[in-house]
Design a protein around this ligand. Structure first.
Ligand code: GLN
Length: 271
């Protein structure tokens, strides 16, 4: 099963690169200077680059002192600076990010977003800037000790996920559709964690870095050692957006000059 998923992901990655390379021409940044809920310098005279995110996903995007911060936000700011845009952040539930890009309300989507074939049907992705791993969080002492326990014949668990994330997609296919349990979908990762603490679900499947943060800030939870699957994070844009090429160029420069790594190091301490 894991091998199968990895193959899909490898194929997806190649597809995303091809899409990114092929993309040029298309729409200009969203015309959003009117109803700006600007983050940062207003009236800078710069054109806005609107970032759709879901700020409930530490360390990639979360609130700190009333402000949205995190790896994605800082990478987006660095890209906007390089390209001469002013970054505007729009916070929404994860499920709304792709629709907001498709409708042109936002220019880019960053939320630890995994490149998947399904999403590539509605948006394009830049090159990948990070990887994520789907992890399993359980209550300490849970009878679930590995992915295999979730997938074993006769298993019957309630799995909590954030709606429409890859954790949702995989567990729906591997568990719910196979009659090995049910998937409970929550708008936010933190709601899934609360459900786990309250005993409404038996485990939560979510990306590894947020999983670590959630376990740090909630007693009695643990992450299982076994990984579910490995994924590539990238920036989502409208199909054929004229921004894909300059953003890929900026991203490559920011990766090569160490900026992206220094942002990651600020938020993720090496083990
Ligand atoms: N990486 C996962 C996905 O893209 C989860 C992202 C998130 O919850 N912000 O579906």
């Amino acid at each position: 099963m894991k091998k199968y998923l990895k193959n899909i992901l490898a194929a997806t990655m190649i597809l995303s690169m091809t899409t990114a390379l092929a993309a040029c021409g298309g729409s200009a940044p969203a015309d959003n200077n009117e109803d700006a809920n600007a983050d940062g310098a207003e009236n800078s005279g710069k054109q806005k680059l609107v970032l759709a995110t879901s700020a409930d996903f530490p360390p990639y995007e979360f609130y700190e002192g009333g402000e949205v911060v995190g790896i994605d936000v800082e990478v987006a700011k660095a890209i906007a600076d390089k390209l001469g845009y002013e970054l505007e952040i729009q916070d929404m539930i994860f499920d709304s990010i792709i629709p907001s890009i498709v409708s042109g309300k936002a220019d880019i989507g960053m939320a630890g977003m995994t490149v998947t074939e399904d999403r590539l049907e509605s948006v394009d992705f830049t090159d990948s800037y990070a990887t994520g791993i789907q992890s399993i969080i359980v209550k300490e002492g849970s009878p679930i000790t590995s992915v295999d326990d979730l997938l074993a014949e006769g298993a019957n668990n309630k799995v909590g996920v954030q709606t429409t994330t890859t954790g949702d997609t995989y567990t729906t296919a591997d568990i719910e559709k196979k009659g090995l349990g049910t998937v409970e979908r929550y708008n936010k990762g933190t709601d899934a964690i609360e459900a786990l603490k309250a005993g409404k679900v038996d485990c939560v499947v979510i990306d590894n870095e947020p999983a670590k943060k959630f376990v740090e800030s909630n007693e009695g939870l643990q992450i299982l050692d076994t990984e579910y699957t490995i994924e590539n994070y990238a920036i989502a844009l409208a199909k054929d957006s004229e921004l894909t090429e300059p953003i890929n160029k900026a991203l490559t420069e920011l990766i090569e000059d160490g900026t992206v790594q220094s942002i990651v190091d600020k938020y993720i301490t090496a083990e």
